[in-house]
Write a protein that binds this ligand. Structure first.
Ligand SMILES: Cc1cc2nc3c(=O)[nH]c(=O)nc-3n(C[C@H](O)[C@H](O)[C@H](O)COP(=O)(O)O)c2cc1C
Ligand code: SF4
Length: 675
């Protein structure tokens, strides 16, 4: 049983004793709790993190005003709702919702914190005629005019922060989390990128800090010394002319000894460029990537320091605390993936943690050139999670919760055919609902399509998830696993189940292209010895599979060319992952051609017609078919017929080529539907 003594030890922050070093970072706009249809789910998201043992839980961004900061507009009750909070009204419904939010966190022993933000020049231009306010007057490249702050604006906005903080204090929050990073207002003042003022608010970091300090002073004055103030800073903005770690350290030194801030939270990056600036880390970056920035701050000040960014395991979290790089580890996506992180880590159940994949399905950015295609199947909605089907969030289509489903009337015999992610998730949940499960798979080990992660250098996070599912299956005595066993009508008759789950996956699509039989299937490249793949490789298809397999082959030393018919490579991928993947492909020297149609696979390469209608042969020793997968519908039909009139559930790839998240979700939903 692994212990994490540093991570699980208490610490004093301001007047609060944190029960451990784990903070749940903000991952949802708390003001969305004011929208009736989603209110309970928004509140429950943060409550789950408190219940899951986190020492402190942050309710995400709440604008400090609804004129020059932001007026969130959401679809609710079938119409557009504009969220506005009257920060002087302590009796209305809005106030009661924030009270409920704070209380739901505190009742589980966690410190409840509300995040306050102002978008500054990033406020979208609405038809209210109010211009975005920024450090300087100018016109943004997209034509939006920005009005530079004058002293009266500064006074008003500092007051707005303080008034909103008082409101949150009265609502029962223990503190506020002031967003000073990621390119929002306070970050704009701190950064030379935006702050081009020539008066006492611009120039040196001391001058740039003047207005941010004014805001913090105003909050402290109005909320008193016992109220917790945490600030979020981008250690480095990682943008041209952006904030550097030396400037961040300098700013933190200015806070020292003034009693303004109880906890400094170090993130990184800028919202304009979430992947490249490391606002969100991807699978291509190390875990805990901001720890050295935090360490630099911690060395310079005595104020406690928290760090966020790619912390997804108890091991990494423990190491950061043990090495003294930070006092608190903060987790964003990890809390979506598993809100019970702290409970598990601190009770010897660390191996049960669902470690976030950093797949970024829960966060759609970025915008512009690297944006995901609007019709992409990879856009399930902000906050939904690939690996956590139990996730309660307001936007996800993943809405089925255990309490929404009737309890099973008895223990059923459940046969699950296919041991991929969906089949394994179904087995776990069916067993936990009291059923007797037989899980069959025709391979020598569980994992289905995820078996390829055993060999993929870049998919370690996904490998960990597969291993977690395998471990969870092994722990459950009511699951019998039969490997090297094909699901057949005979097997169904032999087991005679009360319910059948079909999770047999998909197979490669073979298009009627001359010479297609000369190609190798994308997935097979993982399982064949590397000598079976030639030096020069052409990938037929530049979607997610084509590009990710290309990366793996390039990593192994092959010279890879990707041929794609569409305008853009991997256009269906979620934006942050897409940017990072394309950058990695560039780094590994992968060539590509878009708007190119493959005409024939020949002995020595692929004949293509390019966007200008010119035909040419791209030389290749091996051609890899990445043209897509198709569901194994004929086998599904055969199994369904053999099952007779018992309940049958088809899940994942065998319904249509799906994603891991869909397979997991459907496995879970199927298990919950067996009653
Ligand atoms: C779905 C989602 C919503 C987020 N919402 C907020 C927010 O309201 N305020 C904020 O400051 N950060 C927000 N973040 C950023 C996280 O707090 C965190 O900085 C980021 O996820 C990187 O940390 P991680 O690697 O632990 O996920 C959000 C992140 C996600 C994934
Ligand atoms: S969707 Fe992906 S990145 Fe987001 S929390 Fe889940 S596993 Fe992590």
């Amino acid at each position: 049983m692994k212990q994490y003594p540093n991570l699980c030890s208490p610490i004093q922050i301001g007047r609060f004793t944190y029960r451990n070093r784990i903070e749940a970072a903000p991952t949802i706009f708390a003001s969305l709790a004011l929208v009736p249809p989603i209110s309970d789910r928004v509140i429950r998201m943060t409550e789950d993190r408190a219940k899951g043992g986190s020492a402190s839980v942050i309710s995400g961004e709440i604008p400090v005003n609804f004129d020059d900061s932001l007026r969130p507009v959401v679809v609710g009750e079938g119409k557009f709702l504009s969220i506005v909070i009257d920060y002087h009204n302590y009796t209305d419904e809005n106030f009661k919702i924030f009270q409920k939010n704070a209380q739901s966190i505190k009742k589980h022993g966690a410190v409840a914190i509300a995040e306050l933000s102002h978008f500054g020049e990033e406020k979208p231009l609405l038809d209210d005629g109010i211009l975005p306010l920024g450090p300087v007057s100018y016109t943004k490249p997209d034509g939006t005019p920005v009005k530079g702050f004058d002293k009266a604006d500064m006074d008003k906005v500092a007051n707005d922060f303080a008034t909103a903080a008082v409101y949150m204090q009265k609502a029962g929050f223990d503190g506020v989390f002031v967003h000073c990073g990621h390119g929002w207002l306070i970050g704009q003042f701190l950064s030379l990128r935006n702050n081009r003022r020539t008066d006492e608010y611009g120039g040196s970091i001391q001058n740039r800090a003047r207005f941010p300090l004014q805001i913090l002073e105003r909050i402290r004055e109005r909320c008193g010394p016992d109220f917790l103030i945490e600030i979020r800073l981008s250690g480095e903005e990682n943008m041209p002319n952006g904030i550097t770690i030396d400037e961040t350290v300098e700013f933190c030194r200015m806070l020292e000894g003034r009693g303004l801030v109880d906890l400094i939270h170090i993130s990184a990056g800028h919202y304009y460029s979430p992947a490249r600036s490391h606002e969100f880390s991807t699978i291509f970056l190390p875990h805990g990537l901001n720890a050295d920035y935090a360490a630099a701050v911690k060395k310079a000040v005595s104020i406690p320091v928290a760090v966020v960014g790619g912390i997804t395991s108890a091991e990494v979290a423990e190491q950061i605390i043990a090495e003294g790089k930070a006092d608190i580890v903060s987790m964003g996506r990890q809390m979506i993936a598993d809100p019970d992180f702290a409970l598990k880590a601190c009770s010897g159940r660390g191996d049960e943690i669902r470690e976030c994949l950093r797949c970024c399905i829960c966060y759609p950015g970025p915008y512009g050139e690297h944006a995901t295609d609007p019709d992409s199947q990879y856009l399930p909605g902000l906050g939904s999670c690939t690996i956590n089907p139990y996730n309660v969030n307001s936007f996800s289509h993943h809405k089925v919760l255990p309490e929404d489903m009737p309890e099973p009337e008895g223990s059923r015999r459940v046969l699950i055919i296919g041991g991929g992610p969906g089949g394994m998730q179904a087995a776990i949940d069916a067993a936990d609902r009291g059923h007797q499960v037989t899980l069959v798979d025709d391979h020598e080990r569980l994992g289905g399509i995820l078996r390829l992660t055993d060999f993929d250098y870049f998919k370690r996070d996904l490998f960990n998830f597969k291993e977690l599912l395998v471990r969870e299956i092994a722990k459950r005595k009511s699951i019998e696993v039969r490997l090297n066993t094909t699901g057949t009508p005979e097997l169904i008759r032999e087991i005679n189940p009360d319910a059948l789950v079909i999770a047999i996956g998909a197979e490669p699509m073979i298009l009627p292209l001359p010479g297609i039989d000369r190609t190798m299937n994308a997935i097979d490249t993982y399982f064949l010895p590397d000598e079976a793949i030639g030096k020069k490789v052409v990938m037929l298809g530049g979607g997610l599979v084509g590009c990710e397999v290309a990366l793996e082959l390039a990593h192994k030393g092959h010279e890879v060319m990707v041929v794609e018919m569409k305008e853009r490579l991997v256009a269906e991928a979620i934006g942050i992952h897409r940017t990072a993947l394309l950058d990695k492909m560039d780094e590994l020297g992968i060539q590509s051609t878009v708007r190119a149609t493959a005409l024939e696979v020949r002995e020595n390469g692929v004949l293509v017609r390019d966007g200008e209608g010119m035909e040419k042969t791209i030389p290749a020793d091996t051609v890899v078919n990445c043209l897509g997968m198709k569901a194994r519908r004929a086998e599904v039909q055969m199994l369904r017929e053999a099952a007779g009139d018992i309940p049958v559930f088809e899940i994942g790839d065998c319904v249509r080529a799906a994603k891991v998240g869909e397979a997991v979700q459907e496995g879970y939903t199927a298990a919950l539907s067996i009653i």
